[in-house]
Design a protein around this ligand. Structure first.
Ligand code: UDP
Length: 487
């Protein structure tokens, strides 16, 4: 058959390069190194000859994509064949999965229905994708399906007789009617999984039998473009080269990440009066353009409770360019809302509010820019109304930044209030955010103490080595019980 007539695949492969865990010896203590060694030794023989298939809906943008790359790379580095495939869907499908995503967080989202029609679109989109995946899965393999976008494939893949794990990265602290409606929609699929993995016990669904539950807290890769150490002079050049500040680098700016040269050449876009003056202090929130990240609330906190008290400080809200995240249909509308709120501010405040769209064309270049922003920020804010885990918080803590964040979701697992950051109990309390931020801006010694404690907390609990070993613990008994094809 001519290639012009060949069907377009519904799954695309994301290439992941193997990574060595050796570098972790430079960031872990002896107990940490030992734990990793033992985990690898137990897992290696069990996973020989098997592939662990990971399926999600985007290769870039958002926390899940951010975590999968390094985790699968490290898995490959220890000899586990770990693959990553991304599902294709149409806008109607992604509108429904976004609705599910929002409701699992306890947020109404677009307020649309989750009825028979939506279920029909959901299952009929996923059925051919599951068939395509089934053709590639061998006996003895393991399938790890991530989030609501892929849960509907659990029954079809389980029918192959391979272990199927559903990994849900989102959840709500309390299950209200909205949460229950999304769970109800997904329940027939999810109950067919051999294990359901949540980020924290509070997110586990009551209807899932206890012996099928497992928990893995998310993590960050300390050696990725997003988190790798950077000299202050490089940070300054990255911010200048991307047009975030008015600093002019003396040479073209290139960062070397894992042996690859990453030139910083693309300029940020967005809504601002002009670049930040080099060296200016700024409060930073890095987030997708999503209502649950509350960009309008972030602008209001700054305008009403920070800008006048601390006249030299700026606000930077950095998000991906709005066309860049394919499974996020609301992004452009939320960005427009933030621009509209900024436009309402008096000129003196408006010029200090920078809404940045960071290009996503090269994920490493994007990550280097975010890294430089996080390292340079005076304070990192995460004013989420709900949060599965909040990797942006982990990233800032690893960079020893003082973080002020809502006490929601996984953020409370990360920040010990007043020891390694500040939590605000009510995410809608603008005054409380303002007060916490102003206090730290006026007390740099306290801010530095919180930042140093934050880095230690991440070192011990939230680096990729720990998640990798946790996943292996969940998957090892399933793999051991799944017969491989005989010789
Ligand atoms: N992120 C990014 N570029 C951006 C905005 C966000 O790389 O312009 C990254 C951010 O650094 C973090 C992830 O996207 O690694 C967001 O994960 P988080 O858990 O904070 O939230 P989610 O987007 O998954 O709800």
């Amino acid at each position: 058959m001519s290639s012009a007539l060949a069907p377009i695949p519904l799954l695309s492969d994301v290439q992941v390069a193997p990574r060595s865990l050796e570098a972790f010896a430079s960031v872990l203590d002896a107990a940490g190194v030992d734990r990793v060694q033992r985990g690898i030794e137990e897992a290696r023989p069990v996973f020989a000859g098997r592939t662990v298939w990971n399926v999600n809906s985007t290769a870039r943008g958002g926390g899940v994509a951010e975590m999968l790359g390094p985790l699968l790379g490290y898995a490959q580095g220890i000899g586990v064949s770990a693959r990553w495939v991304v599902v294709r869907g149409n806008p109607e499908f992604f509108a429904i999965t976004k609705r599910l995503h929002n409701r699992l967080h306890g947020s109404v989202g677009d307020g649309g229905p989750l009825g028979t029609h939506e279920r029909e679109v959901y299952t009929s989109t996923l059925a051919p994708i599951a068939r395509e995946l089934a053709d590639r899965v061998d006996r003895g393999d393991i399938v790890l399906l991530h989030d609501p976008q892929t849960a509907g494939m659990v029954p079809a893949l389980s029918a192959l007789g391979v272990p199927v794990v559903w990994r849900c990265h989102i959840g709500a602290d309390r299950a209200d009617d909205l949460v229950r409606s999304a769970r109800h929609f997904l329940r027939p699929d999810v109950l067919a999984a051999d294990r359901c993995v949540f980020s924290r016990p509070a997110y586990a669904w009551e209807s899932i039998p206890r012996d099928r539950l497992a928990f893995v807290m998310p993590s960050i890769d300390p050696f990725s473009a997003k988190n790798t150490a950077m000299e202050p002079s490089v940070t300054e050049d990255v911010l200048g080269a991307s047009g975030i500040t008015d600093h002019v680098p003396a040479h073209p700016t290139t960062c070397t990440i894992g042996g690859r040269d990453v030139p910083v050449v693309r300029r940020v876009e967005g809504e601002r009066a002009g670049p930040l003056p080099a060296g200016a202090r700024f409060v930073l929130q890095v987030s997708r353009w999503d209502r649950l990240k509350d960009p309008v609330g972030v602008i209001d906190v700054f305008a009403e409770h920070i800008a006048r008290q601390v006249p030299d400080v700026h606000l930077v809200y950095a998000g991906p360019s709005v066309a860049g995240v394919t499974d996020d249909p609301e992004g452009a509308a939320v960005y427009e809302q933030a621009c509209a709120r900024r436009a309402e501010l008096p000129e003196e405040l408006r010029r200090r509010v920078h809404l940045l769209l960071v290009p996503m064309d090269d994920p490493d270049e994007n990550a280097v820019v975010i890294n430089a922003l996080q390292r340079t920020a005076a304070i990192v804010l995460q004013k989420s109304l709900a949060e599965g885990f909040g990797l942006t918080v982990t990233e800032a803590m690893w960079k020893a930044r003082p973080v002020v964040a809502s006490a929601v979701g996984g953020i409370v697992d990360q920040i010990d209030h007043d020891r390694c950051g500040l939590l605000v109990d009510d995410p809608s309390d603008l005054g409380a955010f303002g007060e916490a931020i102003v206090t730290l801006l006026q007390d740099p010694a306290r801010a530095a103490t919180l930042g140093a404690a934050a880095r230690e907390r991440v070192r011990h609990h939230f680096l990729s080595d720990r998640s990798l070993i946790d996943y292996l613990h969940v998957l090892t008994p399933l793999a051991a019980a799944a017969p491989l094809d005989g010789p």
